[in-house]
Each structure stands twice: as structure tokens, then as C-alpha cells.
Ligand binder design. Structure first.
Ligand code: AMP
Ligand code: MG
Length: 411
């Protein structure tokens, strides 16, 4: 290989044709799924929010374990009604039942209490007229009315939370309900973050007009943490072959390497050349999106990497669409998320077809209406800071009218 001015061997990297963002994302998901399952550990249930369950959890008994009333009212035999019944007792939640409902009888029952033997329905307290020890019911209930039969919600032994599911608060409640105070979860993957560029300086420095503070390391670290990875900042690679190579080699020791910058066609964009020199396989080098061109995804020394473009919006968007799925799969998630929704535009909108565009936008608090935020392009961090989502403009549609539905990517 020949040497260039800044020490880089000239490697010829074949440019591939641009993929649609869905095709490219499918490649990421497919490749990452070939990985072996991540290691596991136990975590206390109170600390398990957002972690990924590492083993199926089964119901330890029927849910509910016995037939239960789902209303305050009277346990009755539906065949006795309409008519008058004698109230022979009361069952409260938290009590076992020893009483039986015989012909012409009813037992007062509270929500959640077990249905007494003999009864097959519950009549709501609001639907009876009470007179001393008797109730009058004018309409016959359907058998089973306001009763949850044993096992109606889940049968003993059935899976209630599956391996690979992220623990949300309802799933944590489910695990508590089956008696798990400690749960098996996947270990968090280590994600190396390596920005590149001679103009990039530490955030605590006072930059010259030609320098930028290293905001990408921080946005990426936040994005990695939020989807369940442990960010590991590797420093900033200078636009020099040997330094970039040393930093990349260090980053490849993690479970995934995220590079930002240095993947364009510029003279000092060395990331692909260095990776090629390390024997990398490239799965894609172009995707038909904006911001986000160019963008590389591959594997070197057994570790997957993304070369994300350096402009702040490009780095954020390409992480959300592609790298997030990789981090999630490395974290053990069975189905990685791409949280898209539809919202109606508050104004007419148009763009140039050919690329799918992800543009900073404001989604109202109800998530119904979306407004594009004016911006100066993918370096416009102040516009991104005012946004709360990305509007997704399809590559084949040029115009949307005010009120039209448009996809929105939620961060
Ligand atoms: P590049 O993709 O290397 O051509 O970088 C494109 C632009 O992104 C640069 O001109 C910088 O202004 C900006 N940039 C690159 N790296 C960072 C970073 N770590 N933090 C903030 N901005 C960056
Ligand atoms: Mg650069």
C-alpha cells in the first residue's frame, strides 16, 4: 500500500450502492442476531427497571388462583333470578370462603374476594334493592357475570414474562406477583465511543473559532445508556493514521465500537481506511437517508462497529436508527425497538424525494400534532435541543398538506 501525506496507506474501499434505511437496519439486526447470547447476572427486582430478562418467568399458580369477584355486590346463582334472595353472609377480600350459596340465597361479596361455592355470578350492589336480610334483583345476570374464573388471566406454568423482554413497570409487578425478588438479567454491554477529528476539543476547553467541543461523545453516551449499554469514552482520534488506528484498536476491545466523524470522502477522513487495514468486513457503507450520509457498519477483530457521520444531527439520527438496535441486541433484547408513530402536521411540508429525511420537530404533549423546527442543517445543535422528535419524510413523497399524517421517530 502507498502512503499519503498524513501517514495513511491508500486502501481502495469499494463504495456500495445506497440501501434504504429499512434494508440497512435489517442487515444490522440480522448480523447482530448471529452473536452468542450475552452473559447474565441476578439483580434485585427494585433495581430491575429497564433491564432485559435473561430467562422465561412462569406463573407459579393460576391467575387468579380461584374464581374471584370483580365487583362489590352479591354472589348469586343466576338461575334464581330475577327475584328475591336471602343474604346469608359476607365475604371480604383477604378471607378464605367456607360458606355456600344455596337455592334462594346470596352472599355479600367485595371486589377481589373468592366466589363462594354454589354461586356462578355477581350482581353489583348498585343493581339491587336491599330490605333487611333480603335483596331484590329485577334482572337475571348471565352465568359468570363479574366473575374472573381461576386461571382466566394465566395458567400455572405458563410464561408471564419472556426472556429478552425489557422490564417495564407492569412486568416488574408481574415478577413480584410470582414471588421473584431477584431476577436474572443480561449484563449490560460495553460500548466504546470514539469521536474523530482534529477540530474536536474537550468540552471543558475554551475552543478557538475553528474548533468544536466534543458534544457527540455526550449525546452518544446518553443514547447508549438509555437503551441499556455502558458507554466507554475512548478519547478523540486525531486525523492521523497511526493515532486513529491505535484508538480504533482500543475501541474494538469493547462489545461494540461507535465512531463519529471521519467517514466522508475528505482527504482526512481515515476511518474506513484504518478499519480496512485492520481486516474489517463492511456490511454497508451508504444508506439513502439524510442526515446520515455516509455511514458504515461492519465487523473487525470480531467486534461490530459503526462509523457514524460527525455532524451532531447525523450522529444522533444514525445512532437511533441503526446503532440503537445493535446495542439493544447486545443487551439481550429479543426485538429491538424503532419507536415510530404517526402525527398530523401543523403546516404544509415538502422535501426533495430520493432520500428519507429525519428532521428535528416538535410533537405536542399528547403526541398528536407535529411541527417541523426550522434549522440550518445537520450541524444545528440549537435546533436539535429545541426538538423532541424527528419527523420522517419518506423518500418517495414530496408534499404533505397541513393535517396530513406523517411518521415521527420518538427519541
Ligand atoms: P466529519 O464527519 O468528520 O466530516 O465531521 C463533520 C462535522 O461534524 C465537523 O465539521 C464537526 O463540526 C462536527 N463534529 C465532528 N465530530 C464532532 C464531535 N465529536 N462533536 C461535535 N461535533 C463534531
Ligand atoms: Mg472529521
Amino acid at each position: 500500500m502507498q502512503e499519503t501525506a498524513n501517514g495513511a496507506p491508500r486502501a481502495i474501499i469499494k463504495k456500495m450502492t445506497a440501501l434504504s434505511f429499512r434494508q440497512a437496519r435489517e442487515i444490522v439486526v440480522q448480523k447482530l442476531r448471529e452473536q452468542v447470547a450475552p452473559p447474565t447476572e441476578q439483580t434485585p427486582l427494585v433495581e430491575a427497571l429497564g433491564r432485559v430478562l435473561a430467562a422465561d418467568v412462569k406463573a407459579d399458580r393460576d391467575f387468579p388462583p380461584v374464581a374471584r369477584s370483580i365487583r362489590d355486590g352479591f354472589a348469586v346463582r343466576s338461575c334464581d333470578l330475577p327475584g328475591s334472595l336471602e343474604v346469608t353472609g359476607e365475604i371480604r377480600a383477604g378471607e378464605g370462603v367456607h360458606q355456600r350459596v344455596g337455592p334462594g340465597q346470596a352472599i355479600e361479596i367485595m371486589t377481589g374476594a373468592p366466589l363462594p361455592e354454589g354461586a356462578d355470578a355477581v350482581v353489583m350492589v348498585e343493581h339491587v334493592v336491599r330490605e333487611g336480610k333480603h335483596i331484590h334483583v329485577s334482572r337475571a345476570p348471565q352465568p359468570g357475570q363479574f366473575v374472573n374464573p381461576a386461571g382466566a388471566e394465566a395458567k400455572a406454568g405458563s410464561i408471564v414474562v419472556a426472556r429478552g423482554e425489557r422490564l417495564t413497570f407492569p412486568r416488574i409487578a408481574m415478577l413480584a406477583a410470582v414471588g421473584q425478588v431477584e431476577v436474572p438479567v443480561f449484563r449490560k454491554p460495553h460500548i466504546a465511543i470514539l469521536p474523530t477529528g482534529d477540530e474536536v476539543v474537550p468540552v471543558e476547553s475554551n475552543p478557538e473559532p475553528f474548533q468544536v467541543r466534543n458534544s457527540n461523545a455526550y449525546s452518544l453516551a446518553a443514547q447508549v445508556s438509555r437503551c441499556g449499554g455502558l458507554p466507554h469514552l475512548v478519547g478523540v482520534a486525531r486525523d492521523e493514521y497511526h493515532h486513529t488506528k491505535a484508538c480504533i484498536e482500543q475501541g474494538l476491545e469493547s462489545d461494540l465500537l461507535l465512531l463519529s466523524g471521519g467517514v466522508s470522502a475528505g482527504k482526512y477522513d481515515l476511518v474506513e481506511t484504518v478499519l480496512a487495514g485492520l481486516g474489517a468486513e463492511f456490511f454497508f457503507t451508504r444508506v439513502a437517508i439524510q442526515p446520515g450520509q455516509p455511514l458504515v457498519f461492519g465487523r473487525a477483530r470480531g467486534t461490530f462497529f459503526f462509523g457514524l457521520p460527525g455532524n451532531p444531527a447525523s450522529t444522533m439520527v444514525t445512532f437511533e436508527i441503526f446503532a440503537r438496535a445493535a446495542v439493544e441486541i447486545l443487551a439481550g433484547v429479543a426485538t429491538p425497538s424503532l419507536p415510530l408513530t404517526y402525527a398530523s402536521l401543523t403546516r404544509d411540508f415538502q422535501h426533495k424525494t430520493g432520500l428519507t429525511r429525519f428532521l428535528p420537530a416538535w410533537l405536542d404533549p399528547e403526541g398528536l400534532r407535529v411541527t417541523p423546527i426550522p434549522w440550518q442543517g445537520s450541524s444545528d445543535l440549537p435546533a436539535l435541543a429545541r426538538s423532541n422528535c424527528f419527523l420522517v419524510a419518506d423518500s418517495e413523497q414530496a408534499h404533505w398538506a397541513c393535517g396530513d399524517l406523517i411518521p415521527v421517530l420518538l427519541p
